[in-house]
Design a protein around this ligand. Structure first.
Ligand SMILES: [Zn+2]
Length: 101
C-alpha cells in the first residue's frame, strides 16, 4: 500500500519536472530536471514513462530539443532516430503502424 502511493507521487513529480524542462530556455536547467526525474524513478523503483523516456539522450541524458540539441530522423526500418548533438550517439525508438488486427 505504502509503496503504491510513493510511486504515484514520484510519477507526479516526474511529470512536473518534464513540464518545467520543456518550458525553460536554460539547457543546463532542463538537463538537471532530467537528472532529477531519473533519480526519482530509480528511488521509487519505477520505469520512466514512455512519453518521457524519449525526451532525453539514452547515453548522456541530454534533454532533446529538436534541431537544437538533437536531430530527429525516421528511417525505412520504422525507427525514429535521435542524433544527440552532445555525445553524437543515436537514440533509436521503433514505431509501428498498427493498421492490421
Ligand atoms: Zn547524448
Amino acid at each position: 500500500m505504502r509503496s503504491d502511493s510513493v510511486k504515484k507521487i514520484a510519477l507526479e513529480r516526474i511529470k512536473t519536472l518534464f513540464e518545467q524542462a520543456e518550458t525553460t530556455n536554460d539547457l543546463k536547467l532542463s538537463n538537471r530536471y532530467v537528472f532529477l526525474a531519473r533519480k526519482l524513478a530509480m528511488k521509487a523503483n519505477i520505469s520512466m514513462p514512455r512519453v518521457y523516456k524519449r525526451r532525453y539522450c539514452k547515453h548522456c541524458y541530454n534533454y532533446f530539443i529538436p534541431n537544437k540539441t538533437c536531430q530527429v530522423r525516421t528511417t525505412k526500418k520504422k525507427i525514429v532516430s535521435y542524433l544527440c548533438l552532445k555525445c553524437n550517439k543515436r537514440t533509436r525508438i521503433p514505431y509501428h503502424t498498427r493498421t492490421k488486427k
